[in-house]
Design a protein around this ligand. Structure first.
Ligand code: FAD
Ligand code: EPU
Length: 337
């Protein structure tokens, strides 16, 4: 049942575990309630934001407006032939449970994205990615409605303007369009994507047998590297990996020959922010209740009791150090509220 609450604690609704609250909180479990609330319940000038599971959000204070959770549930096969299945999941489904559902049915395409926190509805927003795969590789349709008019629209893959940790929903349509479902085209004949360094290393030891084994390997790699937000507050990578033009990268490489890099199309090069942060002296650094995670300095953790503002200030210091040492501007991946 949909719920409307006042002065609601968001502590369990943000993966940093920050003790913040919002003035109003509306969780819609069905589409008519969601549409009605956004069209009638929400006053034209009211402040509001959409929330999934809060795993990519940093609240720097209590939220004075309304938080809206599209908690719509359901998974359906909408098309099928002998090679492919089109599967549509509602926005409020938990992402990893959805991946597990697909892997159990031997539908291939999402297994490398195992254990990423969050909802299905958020997956297109920053085009989630891991281990050589991005959500855009399998997303065929994103459905939802414009908040202002209530008009329904189905975006095809090209219209989503997907890029590295980016889409039309993260910028132009932020807080203007509510995603209600996402459709993925998955293969019935498994296609194992094991090219990413640590995945390949694991599979040289133990060759890939089935999707479930690949999913399990991804889970183990992630658990060995990333903190579990239920134990240590964090939002995954705090910054994006910077992408430089090839000439800018060559200039940087002449100063720091050991810098790791990956091609990003023909004209750009991606560099690991974790390396820049480690080289700038921030790996495993702890200041009070905040620190970089010892095995992955791109992840900022709340050791308990930190405020969002303190986390933001800590991140700004890292950003300044990296800019001073390398001349590279880190861009936040996390949504700052
Ligand atoms: P939220 O944080 O609640 O919201 C994110 C954004 O989406 C907000 O701007 C929100 O307004 C918007 N939004 C939410 N729902 C809707 C909707 N229905 N319609 C329109 N807009 C909406 N990300 C990766 O890409 N790869 C990783 O490997 C990865 N690893 C992570 C590991 C950890 C331990 C953690 C904590 C995070 C990680 N992340 C990763 C980041 C995070 O999991 C993803 O960004 C995820 O998609 C966020 O989902 P969410 O539901 O929690 O979104
Ligand atoms: N590195 C260091 N020091 C470290 C850790 C890493 O120098 O302590 C360098 C190494 O060169 C390493 C490289 O960073 O090879 C990459 O590290 P890793 O494989 O851990 O990946 P990442 O680039 O740090 C990205 C995503 C993750 C995603 C992983 C796996 C971004 C911003 N982050 O991290 O996504 O899970 O790859 O594909 O693109 C997220 O977005 O929240 C997230 C966790």
């Amino acid at each position: 049942m949909s719920e409307f609450l006042e002065h609601y604690s968001l502590e369990k609704r943000n993966s940093f575990g920050l003790k913040v609250s919002c003035r109003y909180f509306f969780e819609a479990t069905n589409l008519p309630d969601l549409l009605t609330y956004m069209q009638i319940g929400l006053k034209p000038d009211s402040r509001f934001m959409l929330l999934g599971e809060g795993s990519n959000i940093l609240f720097t204070s209590d939220y004075a407006g309304t938080i809206i959770c599209p908690a719509l549930k359901g998974i359906d096969v909408t098309q099928e032939n002998k090679d492919y299945v089109m599967v549509k999941a509602r926005a409020g489904e938990n992402w990893d449970k959805f991946v597990e559902y697909c892997v159990e049915r031997n539908w291939s395409g999402l297994e490398n994205l195992s254990l990423i926190p969050g909802t299905v509805g958020s997956s297109p927003v920053q085009n989630i990615g891991a281990y050589g795969v991005e959500a855009k590789d399998t997303i065929r349709e994103v459905e939802g409605f414009f908040i202002e008019s209530g008009e329904h629209k189905t975006f095809n893959n090209a219209e989503c303007q997907f890029a590295y940790r980016n889409s039309i929903f993260k910028h132009e349509l932020k807080n203007r369009f509510v995603i209600t479902s996402v459709s993925f085209l998955l293969k019935k004949k498994p296609n194992f994507n094991i090219a990413y360094g640590p995945v390949e290393t694991e599979f040289r030891k133990k060759p890939v047998q089935d999707l479930a084994a690949l999913r399990q390997t991804i889970i183990e790699i992630r658990e060995s590297k990333l903190p579990d937000p239920s134990k240590l507050g964090n939002a995954g990578s705090f910054f994006k990996n910077p992408i430089l033009s090839n000439p800018d990268f060559s200039a940087l490489k002449s100063l720091f020959p050991e810098i790791p890099s990956y091609p990003s199309g023909d004209q750009f090069t991606k560099i690991p922010a974790a390396w820049l942060i480690e080289q700038a002296g921030w790996k495993g650094v702890r200041e009070g209740n905040i620190g970089t995670y010892p095995s992955q300095p791109l992840v900022i953790v709340n050791y308990g009791g930190a405020s969002g503002k303190e986390i933001h200030d800590f991140a700004k210091k890292i950003k300044t150090s990296v800019a001073d040492k390398f001349g590279v501007e880190l861009e936040m991946e996390v949504n700052l509220i």
